[in-house]
Design a protein around this ligand. Structure first.
Ligand code: NAD
Length: 462
């Protein structure tokens, strides 16, 4: 399915229509929002097979990974929003003192207006539609801009969306940098962007010109600390799962391992066992192993791997015409290594051996705050020590990736790994304006007299 870019001349009309819809109040009633959320749920539910096919074409994504990482998570978000909409949208009463005893004081949860959601290619359904759940639930009109890199999924969503959702309120604009640049010239009430920090700066710059608030879901090098007392078999399986899921192209993949000296050989043995169990001795033929999204990313990864000073102890083989990079482990990686320069976003796992956990903490703190930080330890003392002395968007102890699946946990970065967060009620809040509201009683005018001029001596002597 070829992806047709939206002609840039059509963009002003689309934006104008969505703004007019918002003004008309169509998206505000809770029943309307609920029906649209059900539509989004059904879109995913009834077309699962098509999504499996499109993400396979885009990323060679194994069907189970599409189900878990794309479809189920967004369906869960829809389900949560439908179930809790009444509660989330309710006016929040505020406790008052004597002065406002007769008044109504509350916070309204008003929609922001017309919002823009820009998705990334690695989870092309999830990263576009999960934020859309919050935007729809909160009563906004929405422009969706899928990543052009995952073109099959973008084309599929473009075809399905009007069948399940009201086109007067929710529209897709397709394209790459040119189209997105034109889109960003328009005034939105919020921009929600997922992708790299470099483009994030462009998005925030464009938003700043209109004073538009942004949520930026970015990336970073997420470390996995392994403390020596932990069961390395379990740690290895869970790290291999998180690293090689979607062929390493996951914003919260454990980017590298920090392990105390003496345990590294056993860890590698166990990671090798996990790779063998998950993907067989020939991962290239395994139905459970993905591919690199395109040649640019393939060459980026290959060149980083070619330059490493570490020892490739597992995998390392690549095949350009199949965009294949084997599940790879590199031992003895030093801080100045090519593998440690930037987020890897591929199936290469550097292992950095340290003499103490504190050495690892220092390393992490000398670099940008990551999106996720993983700790494998049986000891709450060790875990707390690491968490108390580092910063990251989120934390997961003794597993990888699965904190993303908990709707009650806000998901997002800090510093260079992002601004803001979402999932569950937080998605609703991101796209709502907390409108402080005081409804004064028309009674007790005598008491109000106190604030009116003339400011007599009697009025100020209390
Ligand atoms: P990408 O290439 O799909 O780009 C993201 C979006 O930006 C796309 O919609 C694209 O069309 C748009 N874009 C590209 N160039 C642009 C320009 N010049 N002006 C305006 N818009 C432009 O994705 P990517 O950037 O390669 O994504 C990978 C990065 O995203 C990684 O760093 C990863 O960690 C991060 N990421 C973060 C999360 C998260 O939830 N925090 C999730 C996935 C990916």
């Amino acid at each position: 399915m070829a992806l047709t870019y939206t002609p840039v001349d059509d963009i002003p009309q689309i934006v104008q229509e969505l703004r007019a819809t918002f003004k008309s109040g169509l998206t505000k009633p809770l029943n309307y929002r609920r029906e649209q959320l059900k539509g989004l749920f059904n879109l995913l539910d009834e077309n699962e097979e098509l999504f499996r096919e499109s993400t396979f074409k885009d990323l060679h994504k194994p069907p189970a990974e599409t189900l878990l990482g794309e479809i189920l998570t967004v369906k869960q978000e829809c389900h949560e929003a439908i179930k809790n909409l009444e509660k989330w949208a309710a006016k929040q009463p505020i406790k008052t003192g004597l002065v406002n005893k007769m008044d109504g004081v509350h916070i309204r949860k008003d929609p922001l207006g017309m919002v823009l959601i820009i998705g990334a290619w690695n989870y092309p359904t999830n990263l576009l539609l999960a934020p859309a759940v919050g935007a729809i639930a909160a009563g906004n009109t929405v422009v969706l801009k899928p990543s052009e890199v995952s073109s099959h999924t973008a084309a599929l969503i473009t075809r399905l969306l009007p069948k399940y959702l009201d086109s007067r309120s929710y529209r897709i604009i397709n394209g790459a940098a040119t189209e997105t640049t034109v889109l960003l010239e328009h005034k939105f009430d919020h921009i929600f962007y997922t992708g790299s920090g470099n483009i994030g700066k462009i998005i925030m710059g464009a938003a700043a010109k209109q004073l538009t608030p942004v949520t930026l879901e970015l990336g970073g090098k997420s470390p996995a600390f392994i403390s020596k007392e932990v069961d390395l078999t379990i740690a290895a399986r869970r790290i291999a799962f998180g690293k090689y899921f979607n062929c390493g192209q996951t914003c919260i993949a454990p980017d590298y391992v920090i392990i105390e000296r003496g345990s590294e050989d056993e860890l590698i043995t166990q990671i090798n066992a996990a790779i063998l169990e998950f993907y067989t001795a020939a991962p290239q033929t395994s139905d459970s192993y993905g591919r690199i999204v395109n040649k640019n990313h393939f060459h980026r990864l290959k060149s980083i791997l070619d330059k490493t000073q570490g020892k490739v102890v597992t995998g390392g083989d690549t095949q350009e015409d199949d965009l294949y990079i084997a599940p790879t482990v590199v031992l003895g990686v030093k801080p100045e290594d090519s593998l440690m320069e930037a987020e890897l976003f591929g199936p290469i796992l550097p292992i950095m051996v340290v003499d103490s956990i504190d050495e690892g903490i220092d390393y992490v703190n000398d670099h940008d705050q990551p999106l996720a930080l993983y700790v494998f330890s049986k000891s709450s003392k060790v875990t707390d020590h690491i968490l108390d002395n580092t910063r990251s968007g989120g934390v997961l102890v003794n597993d990888t990736l699965t904190h993303f699946l908990v709707p009650g946990l806000p998901f997002g970065g800090t510093g260079p790994s992002g601004i803001g967060n979402y999932h569950g009620q937080r998605s609703f809040d991101v796209f709502s304006h907390e409108r402080s509201t005081l409804v004064k009683s028309l009674g007790m005018e005598k008491v109000n007299d106190l604030k009116y001029p003339p400011y007599t001596e009697k009025k100020i002597s209390w």
